[in-house]
Ligand binder design. Structure first.
Ligand code: SF4
Length: 446
């Protein structure tokens, strides 16, 4: 009934949209199917509410998070589809390598009549192999590398009295938001690339070398909950990943290929770059990056065994918009904050400006819930959003809890990558491959 009503309201292609968010043709992440749009304005409302910047919707100021897509009641905003790039690569005989972000595995089953937030990792791997990928890897490896580099960078900044608080940098929408609207805090951003960009760099440099593959003959795809990653991989300083599919595009591809996802056998990741730690898996949740980084910071500062309460860091878990951590690590008082949804960062940015910010470390995720609530995930309805997100979060925490290796720095794969290639965290090689820089783009309106 509601669908019929909405259908009747559809507007002709040549009518100007007054209420809808504006999406440039050049937007690398999302696009509008204009004849589906009913100009209801829900996309603009969510953008203004969650980004807290009026007129952000002028296209150029877009941070590519796809929350407008999640809000659209008629499916008129969709991810820009990258699937053709992959089918072309297959046709050209390229070796296709895929790596999947943590949050995808707890959402994809929703589209295939599985119980909400099922942990569908095994079926996801099998589906990706059926689609033609020669290697199926896990972005939890990139996340483990991020943890080790970021924890080392944080301790170095604290010891050297360098720029603090240090912000996380794994959310490309947050990075773009800072570049567009608050360039004065760019020195506060960790220089670490995101897990996906670290994974792409390591695949092309390390994986290819280990397996004797020609990097020019491979094609890499990241599967993400995030429309913004489509933008991230277009940044010239972040090479390595050739295409990004959101969970939504992957679902469509699986359906198109008539793969019976629900009844697939469970598969396993490849052994090289396929076994991330529990810390890598919780990256998908708001607070997960902080919890993972704190585990490794503890190791760096004390060289001791991690106490049990750091393996379930309750102050940074849950769906509050801002969470605070005050942790005594053998006499050092570490203060951190977790920002869950981008608009909640604004008061903290004002505090920093006034020199009143008490934190050493601040995690910022654009999307409510973190990446499990990314713009490229299967949609939840406003009335069940919290419930669905809590279930996805719990599924990732449960998986962390079940892992033998829960600490990034203890992951044997990570130890080996440092031994074979990177030498140590923040080495020249690590900085070349795993770190980046930012660009003041606050002149977007000029
Ligand atoms: Fe993408 Fe995650 Fe950031 Fe959302 S929170 S924009 S899903 S990286």
């Amino acid at each position: 009934m509601r669908d019929t009503m909405l259908k009747n309201k559809r507007i002709p292609d040549d009518i100007v949209l007054y209420n809808a968010v504006s999406i440039d043709e050049s937007n690398p992440a999302i696009m509008r199917i204009k004849d589906k749009c009913i100009d209801c304005g829900l996309c603009k409302t969510i953008c203004e509410k969650r980004q807290k910047i009026k007129n952000i919707c002028d296209g150029k100021a877009c941070v590519y998070c796809g929350q407008c897509l999640q809000a659209c009641p008629v499916g008129a905003i969709v991810p820009k589809n990258d699937v053709d790039k992959f089918t072309n690569a297959l046709r050209l005989g390229k070796i296709c390598i895929v790596y999947t972000a943590p949050a995808v595995r707890v959402a994809i089953g929703d589209a295939f009549n599985m119980p909400k937030a099922s942990f569908a990792q095994g079926k996801l791997i099998t589906a990706l192999r059926k689609l033609g990928f020669s290697y199926v890897l896990d972005v939890t490896i990139g996340a483990d590398l991020t943890v080790v580099e970021e924890a080392t960078e944080l301790v170095k900044r604290i010891k050297n009295n360098d720029v603090l608080p240090m912000f996380t940098s794994c959310c490309p929408s947050w990075v773009k938001y800072a570049e567009n609207f608050y360039p004065e805090v760019l020195p506060n951003l960790s220089t670490c690339k995101s897990p996906i960009s670290m994974q792409g760099a390591i695949v092309k440099e390390y994986f290819c070398q280990k397996l004797n593959l020609n990097p020019n003959n491979i094609f890499t795809v990241a599967i993400t909950p995030c429309t913004s990653k489509k933008y991230e991989v277009t940044r010239k300083e972040l090479p390595g990943t050739d295409a990004v599919f959101t969970t939504l595009e992957l679902i469509e591809l699986i359906q198109k290929n008539k793969i019976d996802f629900k009844n697939l056998e469970d598969g396993e990741f490849d052994t090289l770059l396929g076994n991330g730690s529990g810390s890598g898996i919780i990256f998908g949740n708001t607070g997960g990056v902080t919890e993972a980084v704190v585990r490794t910071v503890y190791k760096i500062l004390t060289n001791g065994n991690i106490p049990d309460d750091l393996l379930q860091l309750n102050p940074v878990r849950g769906l509050d918009y801002v969470k605070e951590l005050n942790l005594n690590i053998k006499g050092f008082q570490l203060k951190a904050a977790v920002v869950n949804q981008i608009s909640s960062i604004i008061p903290l940015l004002h505090d920093i400006n006034e020199g009143k910010c008490p934190y050493h470390f601040i995690e910022v995720m654009n999307c409510y819930g973190g990446c499990i609530g990314g713009g490229g995930q299967p949609k939840s309805l406003p009335n069940n959003e919290k419930e669905i997100k809590s279930k996805r979060m719990n599924a990732l925490y449960k998986n962390d809890n079940s892992k033998k290796i829960r600490l990034s720095h203890q992951n044997p794969e990570i130890v080996k990558i440092y031994c074979d290639l990177l030498e140590e965290p923040l080495s020249k090689k690590a900085k070349d491959l795993l770190h980046t820089y930012y660009i003041d783009s606050s002149n977007i309106g000029e």
